[in-house]
Design a protein around this ligand. Structure first.
Ligand SMILES: Nc1ncnc2c1ncn2[C@@H]1O[C@H](COP(=O)(O)OP(=O)(O)OP(=O)(O)O)[C@@H](O)[C@H]1O
Ligand SMILES: [Mg+2]
Length: 641
């Protein structure tokens, strides 16, 4: 074996050896005296785990986009969830709130945390994150205890009061039958000599983390939850002997940490009662005739809404319902965040194709449209943009619709629609249809989505609606985007041209509003504001006739107030004007774009312009492998003759 490999193994082993602490209960008591917080119960441990990476408070006054979405002036970002969960602020803060109150030993510490949401909304991932968080924690346990018991359980009842005072801890819970037996038989009651060790939480080793998968309803053996008796040992020991116990159920191994119940309501009610007793009474039955066992665990259950509704509608379940803290996990509804979800999933996968600009946006836009409920205040695409914190311009004005009200009008929004998994499959399909270029783009993703919608078993009206989003709403939206991108690539130094139009427009409209003259920068001549120039911009967003006066005043008022606040202004500062300027620029090259892009043969001059445009697109992030396909699509669909 080569040296470096050996060295690595050696170092790892030494590192691990250092971490392992072993001692007696007496030693442990000294450690507790130094730091009583190590005896914390499961909810508190989880709460501290998820608060450890910190909380950021965003000041929304500095972020107008978020301010429009959330309205409040502050937004808390929990770093523990930040890099993996997007557009779930409400869900995450409900989860944190649950753990906070449970950590204070309120009523919620005796209730199940239950996540409900549609398929693929991130429920399992949230629970996974909590489990991972626990894995970086460790605890002191009675060495050899199958339930990794808190060693303080060894302190005899009659001494607890004094020890509590001395160590400044609360002592809660009793020994499991196995440790009790060991204490009596092997240590003759000398509890302070019982061995204690430090152990880490581990999903794989089932240490402090238990999982209950949905169980076959015909075979609901409670051993999955509470363990059983080892039949082979029943021959050796008598029936009441704790040595026959095999405490390997999820509620046993999840002691000190957490237990996850997957698709929880698929289980029989009897099963659920064990779950409830575990949280409510903090006790579970031991298998056979061994009485009850103390447990300290956080139960996190999840399922989809259909199961939940079915369960909820049965009034015999009331007792269980009363002991559940429900947290909704709806789909994300923010375009920018949906894109981040796919970027994350792609980053964690072997997907290594080129992705053309707007591909994930188009897919995300579709996903979100399917999740939105119609509103009588605006159309769905507008709603999508408002939810995304964008300003939507109509007739030269930004639309004044309250996003919070929109959300309140549709309380169940986000519990239906297309899942993240569906979109990921569409991305995979788009790629496998285009292996040779190893590239996906908005056109191929849209086609692949159309194909999948046609093949999937949706109710007829749903299918029609989904196809309409793809073939109409999104198609048009993409063409708009595409035209803008091509224009940007055609117009030499687009940004500068836009800024200069903007400055000019400001000079003229300011002079117009304040009834002054405009000074020509090169000749110094004093001129009247150029009405026809201003109109050529305003007409782009259908501001004509008497509306022009008002528009100019609004622009000037807006920009004055912006610059008074010390903010830098640019052509993008005032949304309606930005749109007008971009449209003006597009119009100015529309003929050139159309002729050159559509041409089958180009003369030398046109050829040069075309090549320069393609190069610019590539510089703007278009993969060379699919830029031709995209331009062909533009030629066939944009600028209809
Ligand atoms: N808002 C979100 N932020 C980040 N990732 C998300 C979000 N919603 C879904 N995902 C991702 O989508 C994928 C599917 O999520 P997950 O398996 O957690 O869903 P689920 O709610 O458990 O679904 P099911 O009900 O089908 O079990 C995961 O990769 C998950 O990380
Ligand atoms: Mg799941």
């Amino acid at each position: 074996m080569s040296e470096d490999i050996q060295k690595l193994i050696q170092e790892d082993r030494e590192g691990r050896r250092k971490q392992i602490w072993k001692g007696t209960t007496l030693d442990y008591l000294e450690i507790v005296r130094e730091d009583p917080s190590i005896t914390k119960l499961s909810h508190k441990r989880l709460y501290e785990t998820l608060m450890k990476p910190g909380v950021e408070e965003l000041n929304l006054e500095e972020n107008p986009r978020l301010k429009r979405i959330f309205k409040d002036s502050k937004l808390k970002v929990f770093n523990f969830f930040k890099d993996e969960f997007f557009g779930m602020e409400k869900t995450v803060s409900s989860i944190v709130r649950y753990f906070h109150s449970a950590s204070l030993k309120g009523e919620e510490s005796r209730q199940v945390l239950y996540l409900v949401g549609p398929v693929g909304s991130g429920k399992s991932s949230l629970v996974e994150r909590l489990k991972q968080g626990l894995q970086s924690e460790n605890m002191y346990v009675i060495d050899g205890c199958p339930m990794n018991e808190e060693p303080l359980h060894l302190v005899p009842r009659h001494l607890r009061k004094e020890f509590s005072k001395m160590l400044d801890v609360e002592i809660e819970g009793d020994l499991c039958p196995i440790c009790r037996y060991k204490l009596k038989e092997e240590f003759q009651g000398r509890w302070e000599e019982m061995p204690v060790k430090k152990a880490d939480f581990s999903i794989r080793a089932k240490r402090g983390i238990g999982v209950v998968p949905p169980v076959d309803p015909n075979n609901q053996d409670t051993s999955v939850l509470i363990g059983g008796e080892d039949i082979s040992k029943l021959d050796i020991y008598s029936e009441g002997d704790p040595r026959v116990l095999d405490l390997s159920g999820a509620l046993n191994v999840g002691n000190r940490g957490m237990v996850e119940f997957i698709e929880v309501f698929k289980n029989e009610t009897e099963y659920l009662h064990a779950m409830i007793t575990a949280t409510q009474e903090k006790h579970i039955p031991a298998p056979g005739r061994h009485g009850m066992i103390y447990v300290d665990t956080t139960i996190v259950a999840h399922s989809n809404e259909a199961e939940w509704n079915k369960f909820k509608s049965d009034h015999t379940n009331e007792a269980i319902l009363d002991r559940i803290v429900v947290v909704k996990v709806p789909y994300n509804m923010r375009l920018s965040e949906e894109v981040k979800i796919y970027k994350k999933i792609i980053r964690n996968s072997k997907f290594n194709a080129d992705i053309a600009p707007h591909t994930l946006e188009i897919a995300s836009m579709f996903a979100i449209l399917t999740r939105l409920e119609p509103s009588n205040k605006c159309d769905l695409l507008t709603k999508l943009k408002l939810y995304n914190g964008e300003e939507v311009v109509e007739k030269g004005k930004t639309k004044k619709i309250d996003v919070v009200e929109l959300r309140e009008d549709a309380r169940n929004e986000g519990m239906n629609g297309i899942s993240t998994r569906f979109i990921m499959k569409a991305l995979d399909n788009a790629l496998s249809d285009n292996i040779q270029d190893n590239c996906i783009h908005p056109i191929s993703i849209r086609e692949s989505l159309v194909q999948m919608i046609k093949e999937t078993d949706f109710p007829e009206d749903t299918r029609k609606r989904y196809l309409e989003y793809l073939q109409d709403t999104i198609h048009k939206e993409y063409l708009d985007v595409l035209e803008r991108e091509i224009t940007k690539a055609f117009v030499y130094s687009y940004q500068e041209q836009a800024e200069s139009l903007f400055q000019n427009y400001l000079d003229h409209s300011e002079a117009y509003v304040t009834k002054k003259k405009v000074k020509d920068t090169s000749t110094g001549q004093e001129l009247d504001p150029d009405e026809s120039f201003m109109k050529s911009i305003e007409e782009q967003i259908a501001i004509i006739g008497t509306a022009c006066d008002g528009f100019r005043q609004e622009v000037i008022a807006y920009l004055w107030s912006t610059s008074r606040k010390g903010e830098k202004i640019s052509y993008q500062s005032y949304e309606p004007l930005k749109e007008a300027i971009e449209k003006k620029l597009m119009a100015s090259v529309r003929d050139v774009s159309r002729i050159i892009t559509k041409a089958r043969t180009r003369d030398e001059e046109q050829g040069k312009k075309y090549d320069r445009m393609v190069e610019q697109l590539i510089r703007n992030g278009y993969p060379a492998s699919c830029v031709d396909t995209i331009l062909k699509y533009a030629a066939n669909n944009l600028w209809k003759d």
